[in-house]
Design a protein around this ligand. Structure first.
Ligand code: MG
Length: 256
């Protein structure tokens, strides 16, 4: 099955959106100091998007499974949360591990990326988990080359995560991206038969996002119906980039 092929102009616009995403993430990450409110980080990112003339695909987003429209421009998922945490009055503390996920749209084209940051000094076990997740993301990106399949991308991510004895968040992964933030196909974090059916060509754009857990990958939803947390309550790391497949190799559209 073929993924959509973006023109050079479309990729340039997605790169613009990606730069806004990177700026929003950097601003929020810099403000993630002990005592900072999650809602304050979201306000900072809103300002970045607003000043860039970009819109937020997160704000008001309500997929079929969600009980309410999303309330921010960032997903902020501390500690036990893996993804989809809502901005709130919760304050981050020294030693917290915070996933920050941002999206932006420019002229109808989208970027989506996430970082996980330590609040204050990292716990060694958290630093190790983060290093693995970042290496897995880099491996997945490096595998997104002409002629490879999405199963190759998944296998590259999976090899790093398994090597270090961690698990993937079950039932979650990356996705196609372009005119919408979430497009088919799924970009699984391990090799699958579905992934093997999608061969990559120049101009394809995908969001690659390892979600790495110390436990077995099982999860539950918070009472708000949005935030996904590890069933065993242990910590997780989530990192993401939007990537274009090009004749010259993978291009990270959400790089700073
Ligand atoms: Mg995504």
């Amino acid at each position: 099955m073929e993924l959509p092929i973006r023109t050079r102009t479309e990729l340039e616009t997605m790169r613009e959106a990606g730069r806004v995403v990177a700026a929003a993430l950097a601003a929020a990450a810099a403000a993630a100091v002990p005592g900072a409110k999650l809602a304050h980080l979201d306000d900072i990112a809103r300002t970045v998007l607003h000043e860039a003339g970009a819109s937020s695909p997160f704000l008001g987003y309500q997929p079929s499974w969600a009980p309410s429209p999303f309330n921010g421009v960032l997903c902020l998922s501390p500690n036990e949360m893996v993804v989809h945490g809502r901005p709130s009055g919760r304050r981050v503390k020294e030693g917290d591990l915070l996933s920050i996920d941002a999206g932006a749209a420019v002229d109808g084209w989208h970027g989506d990326a996430a970082v996980t940051v330590h609040v204050g000094d990292p716990r060694p076990a958290d630093a190790a988990l983060r290093a693995t997740a970042e290496e897995a993301l880099a491996a997945g990106i490096a595998a997104a080359v002409l002629g490879a399949t999405l199963a190759d991308v998944g296998a590259a991510i999976d090899a790093v995560v398994r090597r270090d004895g961690y698990a993937h968040l079950l039932d979650h992964g990356g996705h196609g991206i372009g005119r919408s933030m979430h497009e088919s196909p799924f970009v699984f974090n391990e090799p699958t038969p579905d992934g093997a059916r999608h061969r990559l060509a120049a101009g394809n754009t995908i969001a690659i996002e390892p979600m790495v857990l110390r436990g077995d990958g099982r999860y539950r939803y918070k009472r708000d119906g949005w935030a996904v947390y590890a069933a065993d309550g242990d910590r997780a790391v989530h990192v993401e980039h939007t990537v274009a497949v090009t004749d010259d190799g993978p291009l990270i559209l959400t790089a700073a």
